[in-house]
Design a protein around this ligand. Structure first.
Ligand code: DHB
Length: 309
């Protein structure tokens, strides 16, 4: 039994896509929902449609990927309409991701969600590293506190935050103290490790065009950082704040590790790109095999139960 519920919203299994990969169009989102994925996350929306950065803007690497997409998306209304239509069709296993270009833009979108019929999960992305001139809000704790204070004056839906990776344990202490003051539904760790660089030996060039080659790193490279962020937040956040684990998942073992560190749901980004929707059935099958071998019957049997030595 792989079922999970977050604030009474039910997921048949914990494995979803990560925002950004194969989830920009309704066709792509329909394909995720038609697969055995536990649910679907929409491409992070800005208020206005965007074409994103110049290409090439994504490249596979030996152990993952680098990207600087620059938030290509069809605009907030497109995704809000989609999740509302899914809700009408009886599907609650969706996450609406928003990534405004300013705090004001995020608050505008949250007000529109509040005024709409949508009652599902909302993921406020505070960690896009790829829009030139915009810093990652998740690294500015005062700004995070300000946006939460403003949002919770009017928003009473299910709000989660997509956060960048942190690398200093004091950051987890400081940020958790802020997050614990609000009725957040979840934290999603991690977004890509921002502003990595990859080199092409033959041409002696960078491998993506935007931002002179700097871009977000995903895939196997980031799994230890993701596990650390999940674990560090699980040890500090109120139990009512759930955790979505994202980063370096391409197998059932990876999912198991994320859940053992404290994740309630998980999301697959980099590995979903080349493999497509069959990845969801493969990793959930692999997860079930591990659970059977260990004698675990539900995710709660091992969630957060990482042992120290
Ligand atoms: C993009 C990348 C991210 O890591 C993110 O959180 C949002 C957007 C992008 O480049 O489109």
């Amino acid at each position: 039994n792989l079922q999970v519920s977050i604030n009474d919203i039910n997921f048949n299994n914990p494995v979803l896509n990560a925002a950004g990969v194969r989830c920009q169009s309704t066709t792509e989102l329909d394909a995720i929902l038609a697969s055995t994925a536990g649910g679907a996350v929409t491409k992070s929306a800005t208020l206005q449609p965007r074409n994103g950065n110049e290409t090439p803007r994504m490249q596979s690497l030996p152990f993952g990927s680098i990207n600087s997409m620059g938030l290509p998306n069809y605009g907030f209304d497109y995704y809000l309409d989609y999740v509302i239509n899914q809700q009408i069709a009886g599907n609650q296993n969706l996450i609406l991701s928003i990534a405004g270009l300013s705090i004001a833009e995020n608050l505008t979108m949250l007000r529109q969600i509040q005024a709409s019929d949508y009652q599902g999960l909302v993921e406020l992305n505070l960690s896009c590293p790829n829009v030139a001139g915009k810093s990652q809000v998740g690294y500015d704790f005062e700004a995070v506190a300000d946006i939460l204070a403003a949002a919770f004056t009017f928003f009473d839906g299910h709000l989660g935050l997509k956060l960048p990776p942190y690398f200093d344990l004091n950051q987890f202490d400081e940020l958790s103290a802020i997050l614990n003051q609000y009725p957040l539904t979840y934290v999603n760790s991690i977004n890509s490790i921002g502003n990595g660089l990859a080199v092409d030996l033959d041409t002696e060039t960078v491998v993506i065009k935007p931002k002179a080659g700097f871009g977000g790193i995903g895939g196997d490279y980031v799994k230890p950082t993701a596990l650390a962020n999940i674990r560090a937040f699980r040890l500090r956040l109120n139990p009512a704040i759930k955790i979505i684990g994202t980063g370096g998942i391409s197998s059932g073992q990876d999912v198991f590790e994320h859940i053992l560190c404290g994740a309630d749901l998980v999301q697959i980004g980099t590995a979903f790109g080349p493999e497509g929707t069959p990845i969801f059935e493969r990793v959930t099958d692999e997860l079930e095999t591990i659970m059977v071998a260990k004698g675990y019957r539900s995710l709660a049997d091992f969630r957060g139960k990482l042992k120290i030595i």
